[in-house]
Design a protein around this ligand. Sequence first.
Ligand code: LLP
Length: 421
Amino acid sequence: MASTQTLSHIYPLGSRVNELGHLELGGCDAIELAERFGTPAYIVAEDDLRARARAFIAAFEAAGQADFEVVFASKAFPATAVMRLFAEEGLGCDVASAGELHLALRGGFSPRKLVLHGNARDDGEFQLALDAGVGLIAVDGFDDIDRLERLVAGRRERQAVLLRVTPGVRGETHEKISTGQADSKFGVSVAQAPAAIARLQSIDGLELRGLHMHIGSNLFSTEPFRVAIAAIAGLGDFPVYDIGGGLGVAYAAEQEPLAIEDFVAEVVGGVHELLGAGKRLMIEPGRALVAGGGVTLYRVISVKDNVSRWVAVDGGMSDNLRPMLYGARYEADVADRPGGSTRVQLAGKHCESGDVIIKDVLLDDPRVGDVVVVPVTGAYGHAMANNYNGVPRPPVIFAKDGEAHVVIRRETLDDLHARDV
Ligand code: LLP
């Protein structure tokens, strides 16, 4: 019977194939979701996001790290509804621009729970952060120090800052999302750090609380973290260490990322060994919190055969840039016929040959009108969506216990010229 069919573990928590043989997400039938909200649409299983937030917190407690903060890297899914959910779960929030800062405040984060990052923030962005009273600003270089020194002069309260250090470690990931290598646009090198630390400590309006690093994204091993922590351990004894984000996720069933529990346990172990047990430890997961909770629904518009079978859907590189940018690999299913053995090219609707969502994916004989589900699109999908070819961006729909509601509406054609003057 269809309902006993098991679904790949890469689908959101609680997903299943229902009695009708349809994929069900957050208790909602994917075919009904597509009919009710239209396609393409991002569907987010709320419980999945909450479970991952709780898993991070439980993992720190289990690892014996008393003083910690899990900071959601909001760039992975900068939506106020997502931010509100993680604020409710007690997380902090990493913002990398005035825009993300604005969204996080609107999403209900206390300013104290915010960490401002970035390698090129102008006076306006710093001023906004100072006025809002953000908990921490990560200082990325000497020009930041000059800028902040000017902006905090005469302020009554000292602004807490971290210094971002580039540990000179390359995490094994796509080169475009590796950040810890020596020749990086981020942070100061280990060699330059002592001078930056001395300058920060000499400025009255700033309080240097500790060090920050972020070595890269979608990492499948904690080894680079250990090497990086060792590299910054000699720079002094600080109360706070923020080791950034980067925990990888499975986009395809055969990929085996570290479980949140194991990742945190190994990192905490490394920190205790190299820095001591009494530190405040911060971590900034983005992808690992939101990737797996989100799926994208598309509708098949055309099927044609030449050398391959080309199945074209109503979205593509405007709602998921990752295949184009990083050659990222995804899986898919037809919503009412999961599984299957017809090899197809799942193509997007954009006017570029490279706009292929998945090369060589096995589906159950897709036909025009079918709903196709692509899992693991919660991270950096909505975040990097764009209007290429004048395609309106999809809505974000939260699903939980069989109820679904829109948290970001679909863009309209009129939105496309709303900024015309
Ligand atoms: N902290 C900092 C300072 C970061 O720059 C990033 C990501 C994170 C935390 C979160 O990293 P995560 O846990 O998500 O790996 N657009 C790319 C990913 C870019 C990541 C940029 N920085 C993608 O779609 O793969």
